[in-house]
Design a protein around this ligand. Structure first.
Ligand code: LLP
Length: 427
């Protein structure tokens, strides 16, 4: 097993056969010694490169990539992307605060999605003059109108419609079917746009869709956008000219490594969307999260013990499900490689954390290169929904985070302390 092949989609590699795994020019062994483990390490260069792929593939069309902050909400990553011109897709007032803290100048490039926005969150976003609210129900549109009136701010909205398209992915992250809680039935949308035409405080600005996450084929995106385009055309005939179409996020990566041509994947996706939007001349918004950051990140952990129970071998690491919950929650696969390779044959093992749950595993019956207690391992493709979904379960301190940019590493989040954890509590 290797971290990288010739056409590697990952920034992690062994510069020489005997050397430690590196992120760009920086050794993960050195980073772990300096900052401790578990440690998230991200490549800024790869994140920027992925953003560029979208911009290149869509060069012929007015577009804005609105990074889905939920995938990895580190301030330094938000700033990195804002500096390269990206916008942001947020789903909470908290995520808005992150964008405003890291890149206040990007407020006008924010779209606000999410099924349950509070009046306070709406007010804050109205005051920040964000680009667009993606509205998920008629009740929310009423609330938005009321808040806009109260603050005397005309507001741009898009209806998030549910196109009833099936996206083949894990059921927990599939969102585009009528049975899901997301969006407004596309058959209702026309009537809703009509009902607010000429409204004093609401400007029908766009239409949006998000059919799910970790989608590996371009086809469902094309199908969803064709339905959206039909709606846009119908509205135009009625004198409602939408300025934006938001295609949502969802473009998947290949967690199994191997030959994965990220640029080709983006091109294929862009072509499907572009075709589906024939005749639409407004701005295309995209909300990728995972595709921009997943493969840029690894979670580095130290092996605490190697334990045998009957026929099974458990590699116990100092990282656990609270640091990276994807395997436990979605049966997700993350490739695991040793930071320093040892001679010897791979062994079939379970890689687990110290949390008191059977679900606390990173891999089961996995052929893993030989490791010993004290060794470091890297869990790959952990840049998206890793740290962002971490918790303090078992009163564990969340990991530190390091960003590697142009050959230099910098700490972007220090490890939590016990004092941080206990601060909000009282006896
Ligand atoms: N836009 C909206 C409205 C979303 O709900 C999401 C993700 C995205 C964009 C970004 O999707 P992406 O490009 O990252 O696929 N925790 C799960 C993924 C949950 C995705 C939720 N929504 C995981 O670890 O796989």
């Amino acid at each position: 097993m290797t971290a990288e092949s010739a056409s590697s989609p990952r920034p992690f590699h062994y510069p020489q056969p005997g050397s430690a795994l590196h992120c760009g020019k920086v050794s993960l062994d050195a980073l772990a010694r300096r900052h401790g483990t578990p440690l998230y390490v991200y490549s800024a260069d790869q994140i920027v490169e992925r953003l560029r792929m979208f911009d290149e593939a869509l060069a012929g069309r007015d577009h804005l990539v609105c990074y889905a902050v939920k995938a990895n909400s580190a301030l330094a990553i938000v700033k990195l992307l804002a500096d390269k011109g990206a916008g942001f897709d947020i789903v909470s007032g908290g995520e808005l605060e992150r964008v405003l803290a890291a890149a206040p100048e990007a407020a006008g490039r924010v779209v606000f999605s999410g099924v349950g926005k509070t009046a306070a969150e709406i007010d804050r976003a109205l005051t920040a003059d964000i680009l667009e609210f993606n509205v998920e129900s008629e009740a929310e549109l009423e609330l938005l109108a009321a808040r806009a009136k109260k603050l005397k701010r005309k507001t741009r909205f898009a209806l998030r419609v549910n196109p009833d398209v099936f996206a083949e992915t894990h059921p927990y992250i599939s969102t585009g079917l009528r049975e899901h809680k997301f969006g407004i039935d596309i058959r209702r949308a026309l009537a809703i746009y009509r009902s607010v035409a000429g409204h004093r405080w609401l400007e029908p600005h766009g239409v949006s869709v998000h059919i799910g996450s970790q989608i590996r084929s371009a086809d469902p995106f094309g199908a969803a956008l064709e339905r959206l385009n039909k709606l846009v055309r119908q509205l135009r005939r009625e004198g409602i000219a939408l300025k934006s179409v938001d295609a949502g996020g969802g473009l998947g990566i290949d967690y199994h490594g191997g030959a994965f041509d990220a640029a080709a994947r983006v091109r294929e996706y862009a072509v499907a969307i572009d075709r589906a939007l024939e005749g639409f001349e407004g701005r295309l918004l995209l909300e990728p999260g995972r595709f921009l950051v997943a493969q840029a990140g690894a979670l580095v952990a130290r092996v605490l013990q190697v334990k045998r129970n009957g026929s099974k071998t458990f590699v116990i690491t100092d990282a656990a499900m609270n640091d990276l919950i994807r395997p436990a929650l979605y049966q997700a696969y993350h490739e695991i490689v040793p930071v320093k390779r040892r001679a010897g044959r791979p062994r079939t093992v379970d890689v687990v954390g110290p949390v008191c749950e059977t679900g606390d595993f990173f891999a089961r019956d996995r052929k893993l290169a030989p490791v010993e207690p004290g060794d470091l391992v890297a869990l790959l493709d952990a840049g998206a929904y890793g740290m962002a979904q971490s918790s303090n379960y078992n009163t564990r301190l969340r990991p530190a985070e390091v960003l590697v940019e142009g050959g230099k590493a910098r700490l972007i989040r220090r490890r939590e302390t016990m004092a941080d954890l206990l601060a909000p509590e009282m006896l």
